[in-house]
Write a protein that binds this ligand. Structure first.
Ligand SMILES: [Zn+2]
Length: 261
């Protein structure tokens, strides 16, 4: 056993004690764990002992229509471990139109992840709603991919009817569907409009992506979720205009956020 001796253990509370590890599992937590001859003792006096963190949203070794990310699995997971994160869930980008797109993407990602230094899992991006892709979602879940991501913005965004079909397929597979929620059509219109008047710079980012385009997309994604009787998951939320609390507050009489809109 490895015994972490005398640290401040952080669980649902913080307290001083010993923690014993057998293999990769916590075997014992006690005020004092008596050491046996082959036990390894790590003096943690003055240190906090946390459970490993899980980062559920990483983009390592990702190339898509927009960019290539700076970190690969090795550098990204080393940085994660340095900060106490012991599991990451990375996004996998399929190639649009490729036969067996999700399986091929899964295989390529597994290869890329060979040099990962911490535990990892995958989210699969869904960039189309062909019958083949919807069938693959079921198979992906059996391979251990249980979360998916759709985009309501960017060139590879899905339309509402596509999201609806994907959501039903993910629900049937028992998975989680998350979405990048911004109104891609409006962003494009605002960007084009400004682009005709001036040279665009990074400073134009906020005005071409006002908070309303995010709030609208969240509302729309939530509406599809309501139709599918499915709990949605919104990733990288950035605007203070959160549609449900604000609209619910305006009409407190309605207990149902969708009915208050
Ligand atoms: Zn992201």
């Amino acid at each position: 056993m490895i015994i972490l001796r005398g640290g401040t253990l952080v669980t649902d509370r913080a307290f001083t004690g010993d923690l014993g590890i057998e293999g990769e599992k916590i075997a014992l937590i006690a005020d004092t764990i008596p050491a046996k001859p082959h036990d390894e003792i790590v003096d943690c006096t003055g240190c906090y002992v946390f459970p490993g963190g899980i980062d559920p949203h990483t983009h390592f070794a990702m190339t898509n229509a927009l960019t290539t990310t700076a970190d690969d699995y090795e550098s990204g997971t080393k940085a994660a471990l340095a900060g106490g994160t012991t599991t990451i869930i990375n996004f996998v980008t399929p190639v649009a139109g490729e036969p067996d797109a999700l399986h091929r993407a899964f295989e390529r990602e597994t290869e890329k992840a060979q040099n990962a230094c911490c535990d990892y899992a995958f989210h699969m991006e869904i960039l189309d709603d062909t019958d083949a892709i919807l069938k693959e979602i079921q198979a992906m879940t059996e391979l251990g991919v249980c979360s998916y991501k759709a985009y309501l913005a960017y060139a590879f965004r899905l339309s509402d009817d596509q999201i609806y079909r994907v959501m039903k397929a993910v629900k049937q597979a028992g998975g989680v569907l998350s979405a990048h929620c911004e109104n891609g059509d409006l962003i494009q219109a605002l960007t084009d409009e400004l682009d005709q008047r001036k040279t665009l710079t990074p400073a134009d980012h906020p005005s071409t992506r006002p908070a309303a385009v995010e709030a609208e997309a969240i509302h729309r994604f939530a509406t599809i979720g309501r139709l599918c009787d499915y709990p949605i998951h919104v990733v990288h939320l950035s605007a203070a205009v959160s549609p449900f609390p604000r609209l619910s507050a305006r009409r407190p009489a309605s207990p149902d956020p969708m009915r208050s809109l």
